[in-house]
Design a protein around this ligand. Structure first.
Ligand code: C2E
Ligand code: CA
Ligand code: CA
Length: 390
């Protein structure tokens, strides 16, 4: 039984037209999407086969697979790409590990006969993405929220352990939703990455943080170091170092007073493609921090290759330092970080005991609820005015 309706996402109009023509020849309806947005909204229950191009400018096919996996999509997928056979096979394994059904793969350029076989093998339509409606709502909501500037930043202090002084702040984004109230980033960052909106959100966050930072310092003479979270996807943009540099200059903030936090997992995943951008950021003076350190799989050798200036030990280890294994992880990370000449930051510092252990082991910076939760600019200023050190 052939499918009734198939969906193609491919940036190459010739390939899309070829698949569409072959499908129509068999009496199958075909929808062509060229962007992530239109693709995700087009997955309706009557779609019985998806053709997905893995490599498209501006759209990450692998990330789309993750979204489909997260949505428990049951529609069989044909993966297409011009990349090497091994990469395509890895993508097939990845899709399967995400619980997706892979109907086959087509390595470009492919022959019509190969395509015909896949179209014939496709099963009857099954139920598609369960949460399609929710997802569509959120897609549009996110795009709208970006346009209408519904994002706000909260700031969490970072304390220099040796002196007890406030060294800087980490800017953390929140979505001030008109109906649902304040939404935390774990609910929308990955989604923004999947929809290719993360660059836009990142620019918005950097511009907002830089425009607010001077006002946060009150009358203190020492400038606050500003830490911003940067998605590894933003590092694929070759213009990112210049954009950041121009933005910093516009706001009179030295790049040396800005730390770009990138998660360990993101860094390792994209390292070969982002190394030049990271290096250029360093050359311009920005600091690079490896965020959520310990949760990824950075090998020692890779750690040496990343032009980082800081490691930020993941809060899950710091908060649980009463367990020996977590404490060992924290203390060893401090040691290794210092041996590599890196500054070591501990996040998730919740108690005086945590601080005491970190101080005894010469950790450089501490951040966590023990000092303060992330605060709105107004609340942060009030907090700073009352801070008397630790
Ligand atoms: P993160 O970079 O690891 O940020 C620290 C998170 O830990 C924050 O959660 C903060 O509220 C929380 N936290 C701080 N101190 C403590 C503590 O003592 N105990 C506990 N249990 N938690 C603590 P939040 O604000 O919900 O942010 C979650 C994640 O979202 C961040 O994790 C970061 O990866 C991401 N994120 C936040 N803002 C941005 C942004 O502007 N861009 C990007 N790409 N990602 C962002
Ligand atoms: Ca962070
Ligand atoms: Ca972190």
């Amino acid at each position: 039984m052939t499918p009734q309706k198939i969906l193609i996402i491919d940036d190459d109009p010739d390939v899309a037209a070829l698949v569409a023509a072959a499908a129509q020849h068999k009496g199958i309806d075909c929808i062509v999407a060229t962007g992530a947005d239109t693709f995700l909204t087009a997955i309706t229950p009557d779609i019985s086969l998806i053709f997905l191009d893995l490599v498209m400018p501006g759209v990450d096919g692998v990330e789309l697979l993750r979204i489909l996996g997260g949505q428990k999509c049951t529609v069989p997928i044909v993966l297409m790409s011009g990349v090497g056979a091994r990469i395509l096979e890895t993508a097939v394994s990845l899709a399967k590990s995400l619980g997706l059904t892979v109907a086959g793969h087509l390595r470009k350029p492919f022959r019509i006969a190969e395509l015909d076989i896949l179209l014939d093998l496709a099963p009857e339509p099954k139920k598609a993405v369960q949460a399609t409606e929710d997802l569509c709502l959120q897609d549009h909501e996110l795009a709208r929220a970006l346009l209408q500037d519904e994002f706000v930043l909260h700031y969490q202090p970072q304390i220099e352990i040796a002196t007890g002084e406030v060294a800087g702040v980490e800017a953390l984004v929140r979505w001030q939703h008109p109906v649902h109230g304040l939404i935390y980033p774990d609910s929308f960052i990955a989604h923004c990455e999947g929809l290719d909106l993360i660059g836009q959100l990142g620019s918005l966050v950097a511009a907002r943080a830089l425009s607010e930072i001077a006002g946060l310092s009150g009358d203190r003479s020492r400038p606050l170091v500003l830490s911003i979270n940067v998605s590894a996807f933003s590092l694929l943009d070759l213009t990112f170092p210049d954009t950041m540099f121009d933005l910093a200059r516009k706001h009179n903030k030295k790049p040396e007073e800005i730390v770009l936090e990138i998660t360990e997992t993101g860094l390792v995943r994209e390292l070969s493609q982002t190394l030049d951008v990271l290096t250029r950021l360093r050359m311009k003076g920005f600091h690079i921090s490896i965020d959520d350190f310990g949760t990824g799989y950075a090998m020692m050798q890779q750690l040496q290759n990343i032009p980082a200036t800081e490691i930020k030990i993941d809060r899950s280890f710091v908060m649980n330092m009463n367990h020996k294994s977590d404490r060992v992880m924290v203390l060893k990370t401090i040691e290794i970080g210092h041996e590599l000449g890196l500054k070591v930051v501990a996040e998730g510092v919740e108690t005086a005991k945590h601080l005491e252990i970190l101080r005894a082991h010469r950790c450089d910076i501490a951040q966590g609820y023990f000092f303060s939760k992330p605060l709105s600019p107004k609340d942060f200023k009030a907090w700073l005015a009352n801070y008397r050190g630790v």
